[in-house]
Design a protein around this ligand. Structure first.
Ligand SMILES: [Zn+2]
Ligand SMILES: [Zn+2]
Length: 301
């Protein structure tokens, strides 16, 4: 068996073990050291968010005949893509591939905030009313399909080693669960850690109801793109325990159910995205200030 074949054969096992191990670890960590008080019972959000990820996985597998690791492996065998046509050491090809895939995901995330039609799909991720590990699984199936299309195009053009794509996807899954987790990381540790990886405190800013904060911190994995490209916001203005999570359009518990999540892209105007004017933003943040505050903890920057 060639190296790409071995990787392809082991892929489902590696993915499923990593997913359940990290999800379990985050769920336990959330119980042991929560960062914010929960407003919504776990059973409502977890049932619907996990049902959504099962649905997403099924739709993805039924739609695409080949996924990213499979395409990378085929490209390696047939000499497709930039990296399969130059002489580069394997370690360098792996590092470059993982960096460029991460940059592509960052740029795609910015685009999903900037283009109103794409924001309709992506805002469903932001409409979760609490922020925990299962929020990291909550993406509309059409966004999942669009992301895979973009990723396949990047893989076809770049020709990354299949092992780099597998590593990237497993790490991205793990970091998405980690950086959405409702966990309290000591502030000095967070300050150091957020130079290496996007931490929950850094990504929580992105889930603020204030559009100026929603449209910041787009990284899911590496924190560098936000710092380099000017989209980094260190902390939420109201502090982590007092900030409002979500978007202003969908704020009832009924909106957290799977059927409502699926039709959300079709409901209401596409406001709150990155291309709204500053006056639209200030209007929405004045609306957001009306929300009841449940949390009386001190603002902790
Ligand atoms: Zn986003
Ligand atoms: Zn998120």
């Amino acid at each position: 068996m060639s190296m790409p074949d071995i990787i392809l054969a082991a892929e489902p096992t590696i993915r499923i073990i990593a997913f359940f191990a990290v999800l379990t670890a985050m769920a336990l960590w959330e119980v042991a050291a929560p960062r914010r008080r929960r407003d919504i019972p776990r059973v409502v959000r977890w049932t619907n968010n996990i049902a959504l990820v099962v649905l997403d996985t099924a739709i993805l597998r039924l739609t695409f005949p080949i996924l990213a690791v499979g395409l990378a492996s085929m490209a390696e065998e047939r000499g497709w893509g930039f990296l399969n046509n130059i002489e580069a050491p394997v370690w360098l090809a792996i590092v470059v591939s993982m960096l460029l895939l991460d940059l592509a995901i960052y740029l795609q995330h910015v685009m999903f905030h900037a283009v109103p039609g794409l924001w309709r799909l992506h805002r469903m991720h932001h409409a979760d009313l609490d922020f925990d590990a299962t929020t990291g699984l909550r993406f509309h199936p059409v966004e999942i399909l669009a992301s895979m299309g973009i990723k396949l195009a990047v893989v076809a053009a770049l020709g990354p080693p299949a092992v780099a794509v597998l590593l990237f996807e497993v790490i991205l899954n793990a970091t998405a669960l980690f950086n959405h987790a409702n966990i309290d990381i000591p502030r000095p540790v967070d300050r150091v850690l957020r130079w290496i990886v996007v931490t929950p405190d850094m990504h929580r800013v992105h889930h603020s109801v204030d559009p100026r904060e929603t449209n910041s911190n787009f990284g899911f994995n590496l924190p560098w793109w936000d710092r380099l490209l000017g989209t980094y916001v260190a902390q939420p203005a109201k502090g982590h325990t007092d900030m409002d999570i979500g978007i202003e359009q969908f704020r009832t518990r009924r909106d957290l159910w799977l059927d409502r999540m699926l039709i959300q892209p079709l409901r209401g105007p596409a406001c709150g995205g990155a291309l709204d004017t500053p006056s639209q933003h200030s209007r929405s943040s004045s609306v957001s200030s009306k929300y009841t505050k449940f949390d009386t903890d001190e603002i902790d920057q």
